[in-house]
Design a protein around this ligand. Structure first.
Ligand code: SAM
Ligand code: SF4
Length: 445
């Protein structure tokens, strides 16, 4: 077992988990390669949040079955992550293709599991209330942004969501481990730290709370920017708002999932807050942090959602004016409580509701972006445009993608630009400052 091809599906947490796995594999003497054809084993890091995500992975297993049949019968095929945990029994039906099924708490022993799986099928899906991987250094990917997992699992048990079942109970990594990891990432050249957790603002390690963690991240020498995702509205304390307002490097941006603006639906989802409480929190955040950019997650078509209840969500979307939103159609997930609530809408009806949310949000994002024209923004340069060679792209403090002419700035540089054009997705800027020397250390990757 010398070469592994690792493919990642799903959320940022999975990207961070793949970096953790990459670190474990490298320390175990295993090289990461970039195709299944060049590998002794393939490992899919999977997502179970919606049915569609699972179907993509099952389709991909068909590709590997073909490689096994035709060119490399000894190829070890593994499924890791949320789907491994969620579908362990069903996945074993694919036993002719699959050699390894490993859940989110089994990554510490990955080299050993892969070696064993070359001989006989292996399943490791035990959830571990204590595993945080806090002592393990991830092998981070390229770019200017380091994803730092500060918390694993989730205790909220929203009735539609499979995460507490696939990732287990909430666990926070200790502050000392996190400060060490963050310093290391910045010393490697990463300019931005993004703290990750399913309810990241409920992070606590016995002595410290999330406000302390934000202040510790802000104090890491050499860091340019700090962000976090996703906070839960019920865990947003005034201490955290004060830390955001006071810490210069904590960016004025919050992704604050709402899911629905109907109190009856929120209750049926077990979200633990009302729309009035969410709105009061938005007001507190906007008052404390001038220029704050806000985004959200919404689910269209939760079982039993009436036309009027959907209308409440659409009306609130227009009222609160998020900068952007991730909009989802409800997907029934086995094991969750909502799975037992009969669905009341057809797929087409759910799609129609989703499309109304998308249209309304698109218009608002466009209006907000048009309002940026003529204003200045600070952009952290990430790289060259994919389509247009002579363009650079990066993110503003508000986490908006900004495209600017290539004037030789390097990834990791901070540039001031004047916004001269906008679409609902992107801003276009012209530099207003002279290029500065890049960071003192080279960019990782
Ligand atoms: N922990 C985060 C939170 O609660 O804000 C989000 C975790 S989840 C990976 C991201 C989003 O997926 C959720 O905020 C929700 O909008 C959506 N989601 C989760 N379960 C879903 C389901 N069964 N159907 C549709 N969307 C779902
Ligand atoms: Fe899922 Fe709710 Fe936990 Fe988010 S807070 S991961 S939606 S159970």
């Amino acid at each position: 077992m010398k070469r592994v091809f690792l493919e990642t599906y799903g959320c940022q947490m999975n990207v961070a988990d793949s970096e953790l796995m990459a670190g474990v594999l490298e320390r175990g003497g295993i090289e990461l390669v970039d195709s299944a054809e060049a590998a002794d084993a393939v490992l899919l890091n999977t997502c179970a949040i919606r049915e569609h995500a699972e179907q993509r992975v099952l389709g991909r297993l068909g590709d590997f079955a073909r490689i096994k049949r035709t060119t490399n019968p000894r190829l070890v095929v593994g499924v890791a992550g949320c789907m491994a945990q969620h579908l362990r029994a069903k996945l074993l039906d694919h036993a002719r293709v699959l050699d390894l099924v490993v859940g989110p708490d089994g990554y510490r022993d990955l080299p050993e599991l892969l070696r064993r799986a070359a001989g006989e099928p292996v399943t490791q899906v035990r959830l571990d209330r204590d595993e945080t991987y806090g002592d393990l250094e991830p092998r981070r990917g390229g770019g200017v942004r380091a994803w730092v997992t500060v918390q694993r699992g989730c205790d909220k048990f929203c009735t539609y969501c499979v995460v507490p079942y696939t990732r287990g109970r909430e666990r926070s990594l200790p502050l000392d481990d996190l400060v060490r990891q963050m310093r290391h990432a910045v010393a490697q050249g990463y300019r931005e730290l993004v703290l990750l957790g399913q309810t990241v603002n409920s992070w606590r390690d016995g002595e410290h709370d999330f406000a302390d963690l934000l202040r510790a991240a802000d104090a890491v020498e050499g860091v340019a920017r700090v962000r976090f995702t996703s906070p839960h509205p019920s865990d947003f304390s005034d201490r955290v708002i004060a830390a955001m307002a006071e810490c210069e490097r904590v960016m004025p941006q919050v992704h604050l999932p709402l899911q629905s603006a109907s109190n009856r639906v929120l209750e049926a989802m077990s979200r633990t807050y009302t729309i009035e409480a969410y709105d009061a929190l938005v007001r507190r955040l906007r008052a404390a942090i001038p220029g704050l950019a806000l985004s959200t997650d919404l689910i269209a078509g939760f079982p039993g959602e009436t036309d009027a209840e959907f209308g409440e969500t659409l009306a609130y979307l227009r009222q609160v004016r998020w900068d952007s939103a991730f909009l989802f159609k409800y997907s029934a997930r086995p094991d969750t409580k909502a799975f037992r609530i009969p669905e009341t809408l057809t797929e087409d009806e759910k799609t129609a509701r989703l499309e109304r949310l998308i249209d309304a949000q698109h218009r608002i994002s466009g209006e907000i972006h048009d309002g940026w024209i003529g204003r200045e923004a600070e952009v952290l340069i990430e790289g060259r445009g994919r389509k247009e060679e002579r363009q650079l792209f990066g993110k503003s403090a508000e986490f908006k993608t900004v495209i600017l002419p290539d004037d030789g700035s390097a990834p990791g540089d901070l540039r001031r630009v004047r916004i001269v054009g906008a679409t609902p997705i992107t801003l276009f800027g012209e530099p207003v400052d002279a290029p500065r020397p890049g960071p003192l250390v080279s960019i990782a990757g």
